[in-house]
Design a protein around this ligand. Structure first.
Ligand code: ADP
Ligand code: ADP
Length: 232
């Protein structure tokens, strides 16, 4: 379970302090697909960076299965961060590496031996439907294919949580739906918890069970997608 408890984050700026996140309480159960929706500047990325241990909250606590991210350092922080896979709007692939080498990169960093790396990357290529593109470079792929590489790479270390930070925002509607279907499949097959960060309501409505709506750093509404998006 992921728990944000009374979380606030202030940034120091030249004209004082800016409150990016204010008093956020969110609980995400294991295996759930949880959406966080809000316009640009709502505080979504700040929440993600805190969950990934890249920044500490000014107040409150974020924990994953009872472990407070802000208290971890060094080896234990790296181990905990391996449990979180991330995918991004602009894919963040390495352009000089092939598909299979991009996917195997996190395993290389984790010092997994080469034969094991390749075997794992090949499994992931099948899972995301990129058979035959192993030796292509990212520049030879469509947007949807690039994001499939991003998803496979995010899963390389067998995380328990996948964070999608606007991962479909650069894709056309059909490709967006394909990527969302893939996330749904992965969620079911691997019992992976997915945090879907987006400004696109329809993406949330399509695959999420629970949603929190953010505005100006606050959660202004939350609950099941059915309840929150229901029109009276
Ligand atoms: P979102 O991801 O929803 O677009 P962000 O979390 O990026 O929102 O930003 C929330 C607010 O915090 C915005 O006003 C943004 O300008 C501000 N902010 C984000 N990161 C920083 C930072 N490192 N320093 C100062 N202000 C920041
Ligand atoms: P996104 O909306 O995709 O998160 P942003 O353009 O908001 O992208 O932020 C990109 C980077 O710039 C982030 O690392 C964030 O911390 C930083 N940032 C955002 N707003 C500010 C700000 N007002 N001052 C300083 N850094 C900021």
């Amino acid at each position: 379970m992921i728990r944000f408890k009374d979380v606030s984050k202030d940034y120091r700026t030249k004209d004082g302090a800016l409150t990016a996140v204010s008093d956020v309480n969110i609980e995400i159960k294991d295996g759930e697909i949880f959406g966080i929706v809000g316009y640009s500047g709502a505080g979504k990325s700040t929440l993600v960076r805190m969950l990934d241990g890249l920044e500490a909250p000014t107040q409150g606590e974020i924990d994953i299965n009872g472990i407070n991210m802000a208290k971890l350092k060094g080896y234990r922080l790296r181990k905990q961060r391996q449990k979180i896979g991330m995918i991004f709007q602009h894919f963040n692939l390495l352009w000089s590496r092939t598909v299979i080498d991009n996917i195997a990169l996190p395993l290389e960093i984790a010092n997994v031996p080469k034969t094991q790396r390749i075997a794992r990357a090949e499994e992931l290529i099948k899972l995301v439907g990129l058979e035959g593109r192993e030796h292509s470079y990212p520049s030879e792929l469509s947007g949807g294919q690039k994001q499939r590489v991003g998803i496979a790479r995010a899963l390389a270390n067998e995380p328990t949580i996948l964070i999608s930070d606007e991962a479909t925002s650069a894709l056309d509607p059909d490709t967006t739906n394909e990527v969302l279907d893939l996330l749904l499949k992965i969620n079911k097959q691997m019992n992976l918890t997915i945090l879907l960060i987006t400004h696109e309501m329809h993406a949330i409505a399509k695959i999420c069970q629970q949603v929190a709506v953010m505005d100006s750093g606050r959660v202004v509404e939350s609950g099941s997608v059915f309840d929150v998006f229901r029109h009276p």
